[in-house]
Design a protein around this ligand. Structure first.
Ligand SMILES: Cc1cc2nc3c(=O)[nH]c(=O)nc-3n(C[C@H](O)[C@H](O)[C@H](O)COP(=O)(O)OP(=O)(O)OC[C@H]3O[C@@H](n4cnc5c(N)ncnc54)[C@H](O)[C@@H]3O)c2cc1C
Length: 488
């Protein structure tokens, strides 16, 4: 009988196990693949460094604390957050506007759209009484051109999201609250910032509801949750790539992490008829099973849904209904002389109206040194939007060739890449679509009837690595408080 079993050795599962270890609680981590990290994946080959997961995440406090504890701060490399980002429009790259002057100067939208952005602080509007999609919100506030040419490319890049499906309350609760409280995004943002500086002020009063650790949901009224702006400016990585973070975590945990072990299902089992508390029986795909007091599911929601389909169909159905976006990541190395573009900046983003497979192309070796040997470059493309013919239904080689053609046209690349790494995932990232916040609340409520079952992962209260670590810390602290021997 194990005390705590964690299923999944992505950043969420590893961070739960690591925090538990620091709190003095041993755990066992079961991982289906042969390596730690889940979607965080770095390949180092012949002097090139290819990232096929996160490229340059933000490092908010919970993540930075972990980096420091693992003594990885010497490995950290900060990217230039002011580096130019470009947006493709009619085949040409235009600087993305990040300031009022940038908005005035940009050729990505016309004068009437610019005036609508600049007029927001002087106007007054209220959100509707139902959850709007992001597309509805932007059209109502700023018009379709802003949606198509400025918002869509960022949403597609950061969240792999579709603005017509993303829910405002689910993905951007702070923006809804700013508009509700102040009638304008800018006035709301300034007021929330003021309240943050002065915590006794009433504006950010509503606390985030906490249901069970790891499933804290809904962030209405919380001015701290700035998914949009936080996702964009600050960025960093490690000299030897993002995978060093889960690799170090796994090293710290040693033999507590077991690879190539695929979980098939889990079910509660009562230790005795009189007992109100369940243990959990974990069935593995090889036919064996493991018993544990507590189980933490740190796998994607659709996998957790399969685990629970027979034993807890209600929560399984809620978990199974969370949509995921597909992605194909193509990371390619070229001789510098084969690329006409100067690659001066962060990379370029593509509005879906351009009709390309490419969502964005990052210029990795421009942001960080050590990504390619002298005289070479590495670029990485995210491609294959949800709903477009592509990542899911095209042959992989044909799809990658299409990406090559698009990059060649935009960046003036001649010839084939020197080396490359391709990864595809039909369900890469959960989507916080309309109704997601409500669904997560129901998941949390249903979880109360399943003692000793805990959820961690990126479908609960944020998709970033920092948010996954934050959720993981809360799961571990909750477990610690439950497992502590009561003082009599
Ligand atoms: C392409 C891409 C780019 C991203 N970019 C950024 C970024 O720039 N910044 C940022 O902060 N975040 C980014 N993210 C998001 C972030 O990386 C993820 O949300 C986070 O890493 C998810 O970690 P996780 O541990 O919750 O899930 P996962 O990484 O999915 O880990 C789940 C683990 O469970 C294992 N597993 C699955 N099924 C089973 C089973 N049956 N039995 C046992 N184990 C199983 C899997 O093998 C996997 O290791 C990006 C994500 C993607 C996909």
């Amino acid at each position: 009988m194990e005390k705590v079993v964690i299923i999944g050795a992505g950043i969420s599962g590893l961070a739960v196990a690591y925090r538990l270890k620091r709190l003095g609680i041993p755990s066992l981590v079961l991982e289906a693949s042969s390596r730690p990290g889940g979607v965080i994946a770095t390949t180092r080959r012949k002097g090139f460094l290819f990232e096929t997961g996160p490229q340059f995440p933000r490092f908010p406090a919970p993540l930075w604390q972990l980096v420091r504890e693992l003594n990885l701060d010497g490995e950290f490399v900060a990217g230039n957050s002011a580096a130019n980002r470009y947006i493709l429009r009619h085949g040409q790259l235009h600087p993305a506007p990040f300031s009022p002057m940038g908005v005035i100067k940009t050729r990505l939208v016309g004068i009437s759209s610019k005036l609508r952005i600049l007029a927001d602080p002087f106007g007054y509007s209220q959100p509707p009484d139902h959850e709007e999609s992001l597309a509805e919100f932007i059209r109502r506030k700023f018009g379709p051109e802003i949606l198509d040419n400025l918002v869509d490319p960022f949403i597609s890049t950061v969240f792999l999201g579709d603005a017509s499906k993303m829910g405002m309350e689910s993905a951007f609760p702070a923006l809804v609250e700013w508009e509700r409280r102040k009638g304008s995004l800018l006035r709301g943002a300034l007021s929330a910032r003021k309240a943050q500086r002065n915590p006794s002020a009433q504006v950010a009063a509503a606390p985030r509801p906490s249901v069970r650790a790891g499933t804290r949901v809904g962030t209405n009224g919380n001015g701290n949750k700035l998914h949009v702006t936080e996702a964009l400016p600050a960025l960093g990585s490690f000299k030897s790539g993002m995978a060093i973070l889960p690799e170090h975590l796994a090293d710290e945990l040693g033999r507590a992490v077991r690879y190539n072990i695929t979980v098939a299902a889990i079910a509660p089992s009562r230790p005795s008829d009189a007992s109100a508390i369940s243990n959990w029986q974990i069935s593995l795909s090889d036919g064996t099973s493991i018993s544990t007091e507590h189980v933490v599911l740190a796998v994607p929601a659709h996998v957790a849904s399969i685990f629970l389909a027979r034993s807890a169909p209600e929560i399984a159905s809620l978990l199974g209904g969370i949509e995921y976006a597909p992605i194909c990541v193509v990371s390619s190395a070229y001789n510098r002389s084969a690329v006409r573009n100067t690659l001066d900046g962060f990379g370029f983003l593509v509005p879906r109206s351009e009709g390309l497979q490419t969502i964005c192309t990052f210029w990795n070796s421009s942001l960080f040194s050590g990504r390619a040997p002298e005289g070479n470059v590495v670029i990485t493309t995210f491609a294959g939007r949800e709903g477009s013919s592509g990542v899911v239904d095209q042959a992989r080689d044909a799809f990658v060739r299409a990406v090559d053609v698009e990059n060649s046209q935009v960046l003036g690349i001649s010839g084939a890449p020197l080396d490359r790494e391709v990864s595809e995932d039909p369900r890469a990232l959960p989507q916080y679509n309309v109704g997601h916040a409500l669904r997560v609340k129901k998941i949390s409520a249903t979880l109360r009837s399943l003692p000793n079952l805990h959820l961690a992962g990126n479908y609960l209260s944020g998709r970033s690595i920092g948010e996954c670590v934050d959720v993981a810390n809360r799961v571990a602290e909750d477990l610690h408080s439950q497992l502590e021997v009561p003082v009599i």
